[in-house]
Design a protein around this ligand. Structure first.
Ligand code: ADP
Ligand code: GLC
Length: 485
Protein backbone atom coordinates (compact mmCIF):
# COMPACT_ATOMS: atom_id res chain seq x y z
CA UNK A 1 0.00 0.00 0.00
CA UNK A 2 1.53 3.33 -1.10
CA UNK A 3 0.81 6.26 1.22
CA UNK A 4 2.00 9.84 0.86
CA UNK A 5 2.21 11.88 4.07
CA UNK A 6 2.00 15.61 3.45
CA UNK A 7 3.41 17.71 6.26
CA UNK A 8 5.47 20.77 7.09
CA UNK A 9 7.51 19.55 10.06
CA UNK A 10 9.33 16.31 10.78
CA UNK A 11 11.52 15.34 13.71
CA UNK A 12 14.57 15.30 13.83
CA UNK A 13 14.97 17.85 11.02
CA UNK A 14 12.39 20.53 11.76
CA UNK A 15 10.07 20.86 14.75
CA UNK A 16 7.90 23.51 16.33
CA UNK A 17 5.63 21.08 18.21
CA UNK A 18 4.22 17.58 18.48
CA UNK A 19 3.26 17.44 14.78
CA UNK A 20 6.93 16.93 13.97
CA UNK A 21 7.22 14.03 16.42
CA UNK A 22 4.21 12.35 14.81
CA UNK A 23 5.43 12.92 11.24
CA UNK A 24 8.79 11.39 12.15
CA UNK A 25 7.39 8.36 13.99
CA UNK A 26 4.24 7.34 12.11
CA UNK A 27 5.77 6.40 8.70
CA UNK A 28 8.32 3.99 10.28
CA UNK A 29 5.57 2.47 12.46
CA UNK A 30 3.42 1.95 9.35
CA UNK A 31 6.38 0.49 7.47
CA UNK A 32 6.46 -2.32 10.02
CA UNK A 33 2.97 -3.24 8.80
CA UNK A 34 4.15 -3.34 5.21
CA UNK A 35 3.02 0.15 4.25
CA UNK A 36 5.15 1.78 1.54
CA UNK A 37 5.10 5.35 2.85
CA UNK A 38 6.76 8.54 1.68
CA UNK A 39 6.56 12.08 3.00
CA UNK A 40 6.21 15.28 1.01
CA UNK A 41 7.66 18.42 2.61
CA UNK A 42 8.34 22.00 1.51
CA UNK A 43 11.97 22.85 0.79
CA UNK A 44 12.65 24.72 4.04
CA UNK A 45 16.39 25.10 4.74
CA UNK A 46 16.35 22.40 7.45
CA UNK A 47 14.85 19.93 4.98
CA UNK A 48 17.12 20.95 2.09
CA UNK A 49 20.12 20.30 4.34
CA UNK A 50 18.80 17.21 6.11
CA UNK A 51 17.55 15.16 3.20
CA UNK A 52 20.42 13.15 1.75
CA UNK A 53 21.28 11.94 -1.75
CA UNK A 54 18.57 14.01 -3.34
CA UNK A 55 17.74 13.39 -6.97
CA UNK A 56 15.64 15.44 -9.32
CA UNK A 57 12.24 13.88 -9.98
CA UNK A 58 10.89 16.61 -12.24
CA UNK A 59 11.07 20.34 -12.97
CA UNK A 60 7.71 21.94 -12.31
CA UNK A 61 6.09 25.02 -13.82
CA UNK A 62 6.60 28.24 -11.90
CA UNK A 63 3.54 28.17 -9.68
CA UNK A 64 2.19 30.41 -6.96
CA UNK A 65 4.76 33.15 -7.37
CA UNK A 66 7.84 30.92 -7.30
CA UNK A 67 10.42 31.54 -10.01
CA UNK A 68 11.84 28.01 -9.89
CA UNK A 69 10.16 24.84 -8.67
CA UNK A 70 11.75 21.40 -8.67
CA UNK A 71 10.59 18.18 -7.07
CA UNK A 72 13.45 16.26 -5.48
CA UNK A 73 13.55 12.88 -3.83
CA UNK A 74 15.83 11.59 -1.10
CA UNK A 75 16.04 10.04 2.34
CA UNK A 76 15.71 11.82 5.69
CA UNK A 77 19.17 11.64 7.30
CA UNK A 78 19.64 8.89 9.89
CA UNK A 79 16.23 7.37 9.13
CA UNK A 80 14.70 5.05 6.57
CA UNK A 81 12.06 7.64 5.63
CA UNK A 82 11.77 8.31 1.90
CA UNK A 83 10.92 11.92 1.17
CA UNK A 84 9.88 14.19 -1.66
CA UNK A 85 10.95 17.77 -1.19
CA UNK A 86 9.72 20.81 -3.07
CA UNK A 87 12.72 22.94 -3.94
CA UNK A 88 11.24 26.39 -4.48
CA UNK A 89 13.72 28.83 -2.90
CA UNK A 90 11.56 31.90 -3.55
CA UNK A 91 8.86 30.47 -1.32
CA UNK A 92 10.69 28.29 1.17
CA UNK A 93 14.33 29.35 1.58
CA UNK A 94 13.80 31.77 4.45
CA UNK A 95 15.05 32.38 7.96
CA UNK A 96 12.45 31.95 10.65
CA UNK A 97 10.19 28.95 11.23
CA UNK A 98 7.98 27.18 8.67
CA UNK A 99 5.13 29.63 9.17
CA UNK A 100 6.55 32.91 10.49
CA UNK A 101 9.54 35.18 10.04
CA UNK A 102 12.18 35.91 12.66
CA UNK A 103 9.88 38.54 14.20
CA UNK A 104 7.20 35.89 14.58
CA UNK A 105 5.03 37.48 11.87
CA UNK A 106 3.26 35.00 9.56
CA UNK A 107 4.71 35.18 6.03
CA UNK A 108 2.26 37.22 3.93
CA UNK A 109 2.40 34.64 1.13
CA UNK A 110 1.66 31.59 3.30
CA UNK A 111 -1.37 30.85 1.12
CA UNK A 112 0.92 30.47 -1.91
CA UNK A 113 3.54 28.48 -0.01
CA UNK A 114 1.06 25.91 1.27
CA UNK A 115 -1.03 25.93 -1.90
CA UNK A 116 2.10 24.69 -3.64
CA UNK A 117 2.46 21.92 -1.07
CA UNK A 118 -1.12 20.74 -1.67
CA UNK A 119 -0.81 21.14 -5.45
CA UNK A 120 2.33 18.98 -5.63
CA UNK A 121 0.68 16.32 -3.43
CA UNK A 122 -2.27 16.20 -5.83
CA UNK A 123 0.05 15.97 -8.81
CA UNK A 124 1.89 13.06 -7.26
CA UNK A 125 -1.51 11.37 -7.09
CA UNK A 126 -1.97 12.00 -10.82
CA UNK A 127 1.39 10.41 -11.66
CA UNK A 128 4.03 13.15 -11.42
CA UNK A 129 6.54 10.47 -10.44
CA UNK A 130 5.88 7.61 -12.83
CA UNK A 131 7.78 5.19 -10.57
CA UNK A 132 5.65 5.79 -7.48
CA UNK A 133 2.02 6.94 -7.33
CA UNK A 134 0.32 7.13 -3.95
CA UNK A 135 -2.92 5.23 -3.38
CA UNK A 136 -3.63 7.25 -0.26
CA UNK A 137 -2.72 10.90 0.40
CA UNK A 138 -2.58 11.58 4.13
CA UNK A 139 -2.39 15.30 4.99
CA UNK A 140 -1.47 16.71 8.38
CA UNK A 141 -3.05 19.96 9.59
CA UNK A 142 -4.06 23.01 7.54
CA UNK A 143 -0.73 23.13 5.73
CA UNK A 144 -1.82 20.11 3.71
CA UNK A 145 -5.48 21.11 3.50
CA UNK A 146 -5.56 22.03 -0.18
CA UNK A 147 -4.21 18.62 -1.29
CA UNK A 148 -7.68 17.09 -1.06
CA UNK A 149 -9.21 20.02 -2.98
CA UNK A 150 -6.72 19.75 -5.85
CA UNK A 151 -7.18 15.97 -5.94
CA UNK A 152 -10.95 16.52 -6.19
CA UNK A 153 -10.42 18.82 -9.19
CA UNK A 154 -8.13 16.28 -10.88
CA UNK A 155 -10.70 13.55 -10.28
CA UNK A 156 -13.40 15.66 -11.91
CA UNK A 157 -11.17 15.98 -14.98
CA UNK A 158 -10.21 12.32 -15.21
CA UNK A 159 -13.61 11.03 -14.14
CA UNK A 160 -12.10 8.50 -11.78
CA UNK A 161 -10.91 8.27 -8.19
CA UNK A 162 -7.18 8.93 -8.04
CA UNK A 163 -6.28 8.46 -4.38
CA UNK A 164 -7.97 8.04 -1.04
CA UNK A 165 -7.65 11.22 1.00
CA UNK A 166 -7.23 11.54 4.75
CA UNK A 167 -6.68 14.65 6.82
CA UNK A 168 -5.40 14.45 10.38
CA UNK A 169 -6.24 17.40 12.59
CA UNK A 170 -3.45 17.90 15.10
CA UNK A 171 -4.90 21.19 16.28
CA UNK A 172 -8.21 22.68 15.10
CA UNK A 173 -7.23 26.09 16.44
CA UNK A 174 -4.76 26.62 13.60
CA UNK A 175 -6.83 26.94 10.44
CA UNK A 176 -4.85 28.63 7.70
CA UNK A 177 -7.29 31.52 7.15
CA UNK A 178 -6.69 34.05 4.37
CA UNK A 179 -8.68 36.94 2.87
CA UNK A 180 -11.17 36.07 0.13
CA UNK A 181 -9.19 37.89 -2.55
CA UNK A 182 -6.41 35.26 -2.50
CA UNK A 183 -8.85 32.64 -3.76
CA UNK A 184 -8.35 33.68 -7.39
CA UNK A 185 -4.67 32.72 -7.16
CA UNK A 186 -5.36 29.19 -5.96
CA UNK A 187 -6.46 27.87 -9.38
CA UNK A 188 -9.55 26.16 -8.01
CA UNK A 189 -13.06 26.23 -9.53
CA UNK A 190 -15.02 29.33 -8.46
CA UNK A 191 -17.75 27.28 -6.81
CA UNK A 192 -15.24 25.80 -4.32
CA UNK A 193 -15.41 29.19 -2.58
CA UNK A 194 -18.67 28.25 -0.95
CA UNK A 195 -19.97 27.21 2.43
CA UNK A 196 -19.95 23.72 0.88
CA UNK A 197 -16.28 24.09 0.13
CA UNK A 198 -13.42 26.07 1.57
CA UNK A 199 -15.20 29.34 2.39
CA UNK A 200 -15.26 30.11 6.12
CA UNK A 201 -17.16 33.23 7.18
CA UNK A 202 -16.05 35.10 4.07
CA UNK A 203 -12.46 33.91 4.23
CA UNK A 204 -10.48 31.14 2.59
CA UNK A 205 -9.79 28.31 5.05
CA UNK A 206 -7.14 25.76 4.13
CA UNK A 207 -8.19 23.60 7.06
CA UNK A 208 -11.81 23.60 5.96
CA UNK A 209 -10.72 22.60 2.45
CA UNK A 210 -9.07 19.53 3.94
CA UNK A 211 -12.00 18.75 6.21
CA UNK A 212 -14.58 19.19 3.46
CA UNK A 213 -12.87 17.43 0.56
CA UNK A 214 -11.09 14.53 2.34
CA UNK A 215 -12.64 11.06 2.38
CA UNK A 216 -11.78 10.46 6.02
CA UNK A 217 -10.79 12.69 8.91
CA UNK A 218 -8.82 11.79 11.96
CA UNK A 219 -7.69 13.62 15.02
CA UNK A 220 -5.20 12.61 17.64
CA UNK A 221 -7.39 11.37 20.48
CA UNK A 222 -10.93 9.99 20.82
CA UNK A 223 -11.97 12.65 23.34
CA UNK A 224 -10.78 15.50 21.10
CA UNK A 225 -12.65 13.90 18.17
CA UNK A 226 -15.78 14.22 20.28
CA UNK A 227 -15.00 17.68 21.68
CA UNK A 228 -14.47 19.32 18.29
CA UNK A 229 -17.99 18.41 17.27
CA UNK A 230 -19.27 20.77 19.97
CA UNK A 231 -19.52 24.57 19.88
CA UNK A 232 -16.98 25.19 22.63
CA UNK A 233 -14.03 23.45 20.98
CA UNK A 234 -15.27 23.35 17.41
CA UNK A 235 -13.56 26.62 16.44
CA UNK A 236 -16.50 27.41 14.13
CA UNK A 237 -16.21 24.04 12.36
CA UNK A 238 -18.32 21.89 14.68
CA UNK A 239 -21.22 21.79 12.19
CA UNK A 240 -19.08 20.37 9.39
CA UNK A 241 -17.33 17.97 11.75
CA UNK A 242 -20.64 16.79 13.17
CA UNK A 243 -22.00 16.26 9.65
CA UNK A 244 -18.94 14.13 8.84
CA UNK A 245 -18.85 12.34 12.20
CA UNK A 246 -19.19 8.93 10.48
CA UNK A 247 -15.89 9.68 8.74
CA UNK A 248 -14.11 11.18 11.75
CA UNK A 249 -12.08 9.05 14.13
CA UNK A 250 -9.74 9.80 17.04
CA UNK A 251 -6.48 7.84 17.04
CA UNK A 252 -4.13 8.39 19.97
CA UNK A 253 -0.53 9.29 19.22
CA UNK A 254 2.26 7.05 20.45
CA UNK A 255 5.84 7.58 21.59
CA UNK A 256 8.90 6.96 19.44
CA UNK A 257 10.97 4.51 21.51
CA UNK A 258 14.13 5.45 19.64
CA UNK A 259 13.87 9.03 20.93
CA UNK A 260 12.09 8.83 24.30
CA UNK A 261 13.34 5.84 26.28
CA UNK A 262 15.17 6.12 29.65
CA UNK A 263 16.98 2.82 29.06
CA UNK A 264 18.93 4.13 26.08
CA UNK A 265 18.58 7.92 26.23
CA UNK A 266 22.10 9.26 25.52
CA UNK A 267 21.28 12.75 26.83
CA UNK A 268 20.27 12.04 30.42
CA UNK A 269 22.68 11.90 33.40
CA UNK A 270 22.03 8.24 34.16
CA UNK A 271 19.95 5.63 32.37
CA UNK A 272 17.19 3.78 34.23
CA UNK A 273 14.20 1.50 33.78
CA UNK A 274 11.11 0.37 35.67
CA UNK A 275 13.26 -2.46 37.09
CA UNK A 276 16.02 -0.18 38.36
CA UNK A 277 15.22 3.38 39.32
CA UNK A 278 18.57 4.35 40.87
CA UNK A 279 19.42 6.28 37.72
CA UNK A 280 16.29 8.38 38.01
CA UNK A 281 17.38 9.74 41.40
CA UNK A 282 20.73 10.64 39.85
CA UNK A 283 18.92 12.45 37.03
CA UNK A 284 17.00 14.50 39.61
CA UNK A 285 20.17 15.56 41.43
CA UNK A 286 21.92 16.32 38.15
CA UNK A 287 18.97 18.43 37.02
CA UNK A 288 18.90 20.39 40.29
CA UNK A 289 22.62 21.06 39.99
CA UNK A 290 22.33 22.03 36.32
CA UNK A 291 19.49 24.47 36.91
CA UNK A 292 20.76 25.90 40.20
CA UNK A 293 17.80 24.56 42.18
CA UNK A 294 18.42 23.38 45.76
CA UNK A 295 19.40 19.70 45.77
CA UNK A 296 16.72 17.85 47.74
CA UNK A 297 14.50 14.80 47.44
CA UNK A 298 12.08 15.39 50.27
CA UNK A 299 9.58 17.15 48.01
CA UNK A 300 8.57 16.71 44.38
CA UNK A 301 10.22 18.55 41.52
CA UNK A 302 7.64 19.59 38.92
CA UNK A 303 8.45 20.37 35.31
CA UNK A 304 6.90 22.02 32.26
CA UNK A 305 8.17 21.50 28.70
CA UNK A 306 5.87 23.45 26.47
CA UNK A 307 5.07 26.05 23.91
CA UNK A 308 4.06 29.00 26.08
CA UNK A 309 0.68 29.78 24.54
CA UNK A 310 -2.82 30.37 25.77
CA UNK A 311 -3.74 26.79 24.85
CA UNK A 312 -1.44 25.35 27.49
CA UNK A 313 -3.24 26.82 30.53
CA UNK A 314 -0.01 28.04 32.11
CA UNK A 315 -1.65 31.00 33.85
CA UNK A 316 -2.90 28.36 36.31
CA UNK A 317 0.73 27.53 37.09
CA UNK A 318 1.68 31.21 37.44
CA UNK A 319 -1.24 31.72 39.84
CA UNK A 320 -0.81 28.42 41.70
CA UNK A 321 2.96 28.28 41.97
CA UNK A 322 3.24 29.88 45.43
CA UNK A 323 1.23 27.05 46.91
CA UNK A 324 3.72 24.57 45.41
CA UNK A 325 6.75 26.54 46.61
CA UNK A 326 5.30 26.97 50.11
CA UNK A 327 4.89 23.21 50.38
CA UNK A 328 8.58 22.75 49.55
CA UNK A 329 8.08 21.83 45.89
CA UNK A 330 10.26 23.01 43.02
CA UNK A 331 9.51 23.79 39.38
CA UNK A 332 11.82 23.63 36.36
CA UNK A 333 10.41 25.15 33.18
CA UNK A 334 11.46 25.00 29.53
CA UNK A 335 9.44 26.86 26.94
CA UNK A 336 9.09 29.67 24.53
CA UNK A 337 6.16 31.66 23.27
CA UNK A 338 4.05 34.54 24.49
CA UNK A 339 6.04 37.31 26.13
CA UNK A 340 3.65 37.76 29.06
CA UNK A 341 3.99 34.11 30.11
CA UNK A 342 7.78 34.16 29.59
CA UNK A 343 8.09 37.28 31.74
CA UNK A 344 5.88 35.89 34.51
CA UNK A 345 7.99 32.73 34.78
CA UNK A 346 11.27 34.64 34.63
CA UNK A 347 10.16 36.94 37.44
CA UNK A 348 9.33 33.92 39.60
CA UNK A 349 12.74 32.35 38.91
CA UNK A 350 14.49 35.55 39.98
CA UNK A 351 12.42 35.77 43.15
CA UNK A 352 12.70 32.09 44.13
CA UNK A 353 16.02 30.84 42.68
CA UNK A 354 16.15 27.69 44.83
CA UNK A 355 12.62 26.70 43.87
CA UNK A 356 11.97 27.91 40.33
CA UNK A 357 14.26 27.47 37.31
CA UNK A 358 13.33 28.79 33.89
CA UNK A 359 14.99 28.31 30.54
CA UNK A 360 13.40 30.15 27.65
CA UNK A 361 13.82 28.94 24.09
CA UNK A 362 13.76 25.61 22.35
CA UNK A 363 16.23 22.98 23.59
CA UNK A 364 15.76 19.31 22.79
CA UNK A 365 18.49 18.14 25.20
CA UNK A 366 17.12 20.12 28.11
CA UNK A 367 13.66 18.70 27.40
CA UNK A 368 15.11 15.20 27.97
CA UNK A 369 16.91 16.31 31.15
CA UNK A 370 13.69 17.74 32.55
CA UNK A 371 11.51 14.79 31.67
CA UNK A 372 14.05 12.37 33.17
CA UNK A 373 14.97 14.31 36.30
CA UNK A 374 11.59 15.57 37.51
CA UNK A 375 8.93 13.84 39.57
CA UNK A 376 5.84 15.41 38.00
CA UNK A 377 5.24 16.88 34.54
CA UNK A 378 2.49 19.50 34.34
CA UNK A 379 0.21 19.84 31.32
CA UNK A 380 -2.75 21.92 32.55
CA UNK A 381 -3.96 22.76 29.03
CA UNK A 382 -7.21 24.57 28.32
CA UNK A 383 -7.57 22.18 25.39
CA UNK A 384 -5.21 19.49 24.11
CA UNK A 385 -5.76 17.42 20.97
CA UNK A 386 -3.43 14.70 22.24
CA UNK A 387 -0.38 16.03 24.05
CA UNK A 388 2.90 14.15 23.96
CA UNK A 389 4.84 15.38 26.97
CA UNK A 390 2.51 13.63 29.43
CA UNK A 391 3.29 10.40 27.56
CA UNK A 392 7.04 11.08 27.67
CA UNK A 393 6.66 11.76 31.40
CA UNK A 394 4.97 8.40 32.02
CA UNK A 395 7.70 6.49 30.21
CA UNK A 396 10.32 8.20 32.41
CA UNK A 397 8.35 7.65 35.65
CA UNK A 398 7.56 11.36 35.82
CA UNK A 399 3.90 11.40 36.73
CA UNK A 400 1.69 13.73 34.68
CA UNK A 401 -0.50 16.39 36.26
CA UNK A 402 -3.14 17.30 33.68
CA UNK A 403 -6.44 19.02 33.02
CA UNK A 404 -9.11 16.47 32.09
CA UNK A 405 -9.48 17.43 28.46
CA UNK A 406 -8.75 15.97 25.01
CA UNK A 407 -5.91 13.49 24.81
CA UNK A 408 -4.88 14.27 28.38
CA UNK A 409 -8.19 12.79 29.58
CA UNK A 410 -7.61 9.72 27.42
CA UNK A 411 -4.07 9.00 28.60
CA UNK A 412 -3.82 9.85 32.31
CA UNK A 413 -5.71 8.20 35.19
CA UNK A 414 -6.00 10.12 38.44
CA UNK A 415 -4.53 8.91 41.73
CA UNK A 416 -7.93 8.82 43.43
CA UNK A 417 -8.20 6.30 46.25
CA UNK A 418 -10.26 3.93 44.12
CA UNK A 419 -7.84 4.10 41.20
CA UNK A 420 -4.93 3.51 43.58
CA UNK A 421 -6.79 0.51 44.97
CA UNK A 422 -7.44 -0.79 41.44
CA UNK A 423 -3.82 -0.10 40.49
CA UNK A 424 -4.84 1.89 37.42
CA UNK A 425 -3.57 5.32 38.55
CA UNK A 426 -0.86 7.01 36.47
CA UNK A 427 -0.99 10.69 37.47
CA UNK A 428 -3.02 13.63 38.74
CA UNK A 429 -6.09 14.87 36.90
CA UNK A 430 -8.20 17.95 37.62
CA UNK A 431 -11.58 18.70 36.11
CA UNK A 432 -12.33 22.35 36.92
CA UNK A 433 -10.14 24.60 34.83
CA UNK A 434 -9.23 27.02 37.59
CA UNK A 435 -6.48 27.56 40.14
CA UNK A 436 -8.35 25.65 42.84
CA UNK A 437 -8.64 22.63 40.53
CA UNK A 438 -4.97 22.85 39.59
CA UNK A 439 -3.85 23.23 43.21
CA UNK A 440 -5.91 20.28 44.39
CA UNK A 441 -4.16 18.05 41.83
CA UNK A 442 -0.78 19.43 42.93
CA UNK A 443 -1.70 18.64 46.54
CA UNK A 444 -2.45 15.04 45.57
CA UNK A 445 1.02 14.90 44.02
CA UNK A 446 2.58 16.05 47.32
CA UNK A 447 0.48 13.58 49.30
CA UNK A 448 1.44 10.65 47.11
CA UNK A 449 5.09 11.68 47.00
CA UNK A 450 5.16 11.45 50.80
CA UNK A 451 3.96 7.83 50.58
CA UNK A 452 7.02 6.36 48.92
CA UNK A 453 5.71 2.81 48.42
CA UNK A 454 2.53 4.04 46.74
CA UNK A 455 4.48 6.56 44.65
CA UNK A 456 6.80 3.85 43.34
CA UNK A 457 3.86 1.61 42.48
CA UNK A 458 2.17 4.33 40.44
CA UNK A 459 5.47 5.21 38.80
CA UNK A 460 6.02 1.62 37.77
CA UNK A 461 2.51 1.29 36.40
CA UNK A 462 2.92 4.49 34.38
CA UNK A 463 6.24 3.28 32.98
CA UNK A 464 4.74 -0.02 31.90
CA UNK A 465 1.89 1.51 29.86
CA UNK A 466 1.98 0.50 26.21
CA UNK A 467 2.50 3.87 24.57
CA UNK A 468 4.13 2.53 21.41
CA UNK A 469 3.01 3.54 17.93
CA UNK A 470 1.95 -0.01 17.06
CA UNK A 471 -1.73 0.32 17.98
CA UNK A 472 -2.09 3.69 16.26
CA UNK A 473 -0.30 2.49 13.13
CA UNK A 474 -2.69 -0.45 12.87
CA UNK A 475 -5.68 1.92 13.12
CA UNK A 476 -4.33 4.20 10.39
CA UNK A 477 -3.58 1.13 8.27
CA UNK A 478 -7.18 -0.09 8.63
CA UNK A 479 -8.44 3.36 7.70
CA UNK A 480 -6.23 3.47 4.61
CA UNK A 481 -7.77 0.18 3.51
CA UNK A 482 -11.20 1.77 3.57
CA UNK A 483 -10.20 4.54 1.13
CA UNK A 484 -7.44 2.96 -0.93
CA UNK A 485 -7.69 3.23 -4.71
P1 ADP B 1 2.11 20.81 20.96
O1 ADP B 1 2.31 20.07 19.69
O2 ADP B 1 0.76 21.40 21.12
O3 ADP B 1 3.18 21.81 21.21
P2 ADP B 1 2.75 18.26 22.24
O4 ADP B 1 2.77 17.88 23.68
O5 ADP B 1 2.02 17.36 21.33
O6 ADP B 1 2.21 19.76 22.17
O7 ADP B 1 4.22 18.30 21.66
C1 ADP B 1 5.18 19.19 22.08
C2 ADP B 1 6.54 18.68 21.63
O8 ADP B 1 7.43 19.77 21.58
C3 ADP B 1 7.14 17.68 22.57
O9 ADP B 1 8.01 16.82 21.85
C4 ADP B 1 7.95 18.56 23.53
O10 ADP B 1 8.99 17.87 24.15
C5 ADP B 1 8.46 19.60 22.57
N1 ADP B 1 8.75 20.92 23.13
C6 ADP B 1 7.86 21.89 23.46
N2 ADP B 1 8.49 23.00 23.88
C7 ADP B 1 9.81 22.72 23.80
C8 ADP B 1 11.00 23.48 24.08
N3 ADP B 1 10.92 24.73 24.52
N4 ADP B 1 12.19 22.88 23.87
C9 ADP B 1 12.26 21.61 23.43
N5 ADP B 1 11.18 20.86 23.14
C10 ADP B 1 9.98 21.40 23.32
C1 GLC C 1 -0.75 19.43 18.13
C2 GLC C 1 -1.49 19.38 19.45
C3 GLC C 1 -0.97 18.33 20.40
C4 GLC C 1 -0.65 17.03 19.69
C5 GLC C 1 0.28 17.30 18.53
C6 GLC C 1 0.65 16.03 17.76
O1 GLC C 1 0.31 20.29 18.15
O2 GLC C 1 -1.52 20.65 20.09
O3 GLC C 1 -1.94 18.09 21.41
O4 GLC C 1 -0.06 16.12 20.59
O5 GLC C 1 -0.33 18.17 17.62
O6 GLC C 1 -0.48 15.37 17.26
Amino acid sequence: MRVLHVCSELFPLLKTGGLADVAGALPPALAKLGCDGRVLVPGFPAFMQGIKDTQLVVELPNKFGASSVRLLQGKISNTEIEAYIIDAPGLFDRLGNPYSDTNNQPYPDNYRRFALLGWVAANLATGLDSTWTPQVVHGHDWHAGLAAAYIKVAEMHTGRKLAGTILTVHNLAYQGLFPAHVFGELELPDYFFNVNGLEFFGQVSFLKAGLYFSDKLTTVSPTYAHEIQGIEQGCGLSGLLGAKSQDLVGILNGVDPAVWNPEIDPIIASKFSSRSMVGKAKCKTALQEYTGLKVQNEFPLFTIVSRLTEQKGLHLVVDGILDIINRGGQIAILGSGETAIENAFEALAIKYPESVAVQLGYDENHAHRLVAGSDVIMVPSRFEPCGLTQLYGMIYGTLPLVHKVGGLADTVTDCSLENLADETATGFVFENFDVAGFNSAARRAFALFARKTEWKKVQKFAMLQDLSWDAAAQKYFDLYQQVIV
